[in-house]
Design a protein around this ligand. Structure first.
Ligand code: UDP
Ligand code: MG
Length: 311
């Protein structure tokens, strides 16, 4: 049995040696063969050189170098595509995900679970998660991280999901299978800086909502319905006022307000629809999720054989 550990790295130069040391330690205690698939996601520091040096000293290390920065979720997908294990573990490079938890993952996997995910203990679900869970029917375990073990069956099913807009936690949860969670306490980053920018985080949250739910579209219809009802009520009032001979105030203010409010509501609704149309555009272009520049590892797993868009 082979265990693959997939690690996306973006400017993680100072973490790699320590991560590798701890991974090697953990895997020595497991009764499994192991491989480490490091994905260099367009790092601007010497992450790639360090990974290559590591591959020279440890034959279990594979290096997948992407042509530029494609983002965490795409890098993860790239690594998963290139992993050959009967079980595949994904984790971050910065040691916020303690490698020692892999032991527990493997124990649960051997006990028959197809998917073992880690969740952060002792933290209240952040607003983002609560929002996502309120809007999305696929349940995403609160405070789960991109740190989990997947059985080969889950990996193969996952690789058949072709969408460009990736929110992997949600996709995994949608897949089903026999899942269980393992709690852990989040650590500080070992070294380096967080490379997710606020913008990337916001985009990911938006992706999560729009990719897993059509509630915003329904909200747009609802907004339209409410505006229409308000308009009708006002219309009835005007009619009544006219028939009963009451003076009707000069129309300028009412007219202006109506035009502005209606215009605003319409633009918001068009905007919501546009978000979905934009995503449809992204999907139909059918671009590959990531582009590989270099693969250091077994030749039978060259990127061109991995079918970057499995269908
Ligand atoms: N990462 C990546 N590409 C990116 C951003 C991040 O491969 O564009 C990797 C990064 O090297 C790390 C993991 O994704 O291994 C999580 O990133 P980070 O620690 O910056 O996010 P946080 O843990 O703060 O959510
Ligand atoms: Mg981190």
């Amino acid at each position: 049995m082979l265990l693959s550990v997939v690690v996306p790295c973006c400017n993680e130069s100072a973490n790699i040696a320590e991560l590798h040391r701890r991974l090697a330690e953990v895997c020595a205690g497991l009764d499994l063969d192991a491989e480490f698939v490091f994905v260099d996601d367009g790092s601007r520091d010497d992450t790639l050189e360090r990974l290559k040096a590591l591959a020279g000293t440890d034959p279990r290390v594979r290096v997948l170098s992407l042509s530029r920065n494609f983002g965490h979720q795409a890098a993860l997908s790239a690594g998963i595509d290139h992993a050959a294990g009967d079980a595949v573990v994904v984790m971050d490079a910065d040691l916020q995900h303690p490698p020692e938890l892999i032991e527990e993952f493997v124990t649960r996997w051997r006990a028959g679970y197809d998917l073992v995910y880690a969740y952060r203990e002792g933290v209240r679900p952040r607003l983002g998660y609560r929002l996502i869970n309120a809007l999305v029917s696929t349940r995403i375990p609160a405070e789960s991280a991109d740190f989990r073990l997947m059985d080969r069956r889950v990996v193969d099913a996952f690789r058949r999901m072709p969408e460009r807009a990736r929110f992997i936690r949600g996709m995994i949860s949608w897949l089903g299978f026999r899942q269980c969670g393992v709690g852990y306490r989040d650590r500080q980053r070992f070294a380096g800086r967080r490379s997710y920018t606020l913008r990337q985080t916001a985009r990911m949250a938006l992706n999560a909502v729009l990719a897993f739910s059509t509630v915003p579209l329904r909200a747009a219809s609802l907004l339209g319905l409410c505006t229409l009802s308000a308009g009708l009520v006002y219309g009835v009032y005007i009619l009544y006022a006219r028939l009963s001979g009451r003076p009707i105030e000069p129309g300028w203010t009412a007219l202006m307000l109506t035009v502005l409010i209606l215009g605003g509501v319409q633009l918001i609704c068009v905007g919501i629809i546009a978000e979905y149309v934009g995503r449809i555009f992204e999907e139909v272009k059918q671009r590959p999720l990531y582009v590989v520049r270099e693969w250091i590892g077994p030749a039978d797993r060259r990127p061109e054989d991995r079918r970057e868009n499995v269908r």
